[in-house]
Design a protein around this ligand. Structure first.
Ligand SMILES: Nc1ncnc2c1ncn2[C@@H]1O[C@H](COP(=O)(O)OP(=O)(O)O)[C@@H](O)[C@H]1O
Ligand SMILES: [Mg+2]
Length: 304
């Protein structure tokens, strides 16, 4: 309860240091055959995970990175809808042995790849040995194909969602400054640390309405995490993104906001986050990262 009060208190807590100016000095890395696997999560739904994932994937693709987004949300507001793509086949077909992983990959804006996995998720929860082997082999075929694999997850803490998060070496948590979103974000951090041993969670504060609101929100969350969860878990604030009333318009037009408005501040701020994502000291790529992820995912789903 005390944690909750601290999270929703209105007292500005300027505990973060000055904005890190050093990104321009950071090393840009070319991972070769290594893939950075990152899952995107939140506590509360509707905070902007899918928009963040798709716009980030686009900017990274513009920077010359090969990016793949695995859509792991069973809900309706999926990345394919956001981008106006119509998958003909999905992971469900792969699991039934009807086609290969490369057959289902869709090409999105900027050349990003999208794996429409959500309709295979129900099958994934009950996979037998045969299907596990298919999935493992098919995932392994993607190894080294991409610099980044983003997993766009559903909200909530179902076993499936947690299996995706547990299997991802890196997790980005999205919240808005709203107290309900922040308390749910905290609950997610607590769970990821206590049950899944995560030590660092990367944070993006979305829909910020004032310049300092992002840092205040990140500061508050970090402070409460430090106070109640101790030194075993760290919140790394990657950046904040402003509330844009016209994002809804570009969503309706099924166009990415940063593609439509590449010169707006929103795109500039998201690019700063992309530079951090390409910093291999923060986001190291792993050789065989995709198959390792698939193996861990199957363990998490509780399949033998
Ligand atoms: N920075 C933002 N400013 C304004 N609206 C946003 C912003 N980011 C996302 N949205 C809107 O919030 C809603 C939820 O976004 P979405 O990415 O689908 O969230 P999630 O994937 O977390 O459920 C969408 O209508 C989207 O247009
Ligand atoms: Mg979503």
């Amino acid at each position: 309860m005390e944690e909750k009060r601290a999270l929703i208190s209105q007292t500005p807590q300027d505990i973060l240091g000055p904005e890190d100016q050093a990104h321009s000095l950071r090393q840009y890395f070319s991972p070769g055959r290594e893939t950075v696997v990152v899952a995107i999560t939140s506590g509360k739904g509707g905070v902007g995970k899918t928009n963040f994932t798709a716009n980030t994937a686009y900017l990274l693709a513009q920077m010359g990175k090969k990016v793949c987004v695995l859509d792991a949300d069973l809900g309706l507001a999926n990345i394919d809808v956001l981008l106006g793509l119509v998958p003909r086949k999905t992971l469900a077909n792969v699991l039934r042995g009807e086609c290969t992983m490369t057959d289902i990959v869709l090409e999105g804006p900027g050349g990003m790849a999208i794996i429409p996995a959500s309709s295979g998720l129900r099958e994934m929860a009950n996979m037998g040995r045969e299907q596990q082997k298919i999935l493992a082999d098919q995932m392994a075929s993607l190894d080294g194909e991409f610099d980044f694999l983003f997993i766009d997850t559903a909200a909530g803490i179902s076993q499936q969602v947690m299996a995706f998060l547990a299997a991802s070496p890196q997790v980005i948590l999205i919240t808005t400054p709203e107290p309900t979103a922040v308390t749910d974000a905290y609950a997610m951090v607590k769970l990821l640390n206590s049950e899944y041993g995560k030590r660092t969670i990367y944070l993006v504060v979305n829909m910020v309405r004032r310049y300092r609101e992002g840092e205040e929100t990140a500061g508050k969350l970090s402070l409460v995490v430090k106070r109640f969860l101790g030194e075993h878990i760290k919140i790394e604030h990657l950046g904040s993104l402003p509330y844009q009333t016209d994002i809804a318009i570009s969503v309706r037009e099924q166009r990415l906001y940063v593609e439509k408005y590449p010169d707006r501040k929103f795109a500039g701020l998201l690019k700063e986050i992309c530079y951090k994502l390409t910093d291999f000291t923060l986001f190291p790529g792993v050789r065989g990262g995709v198959s390792l992820f698939a193996k861990a995912l199957m363990r998490g789903l509780g399949n033998k």
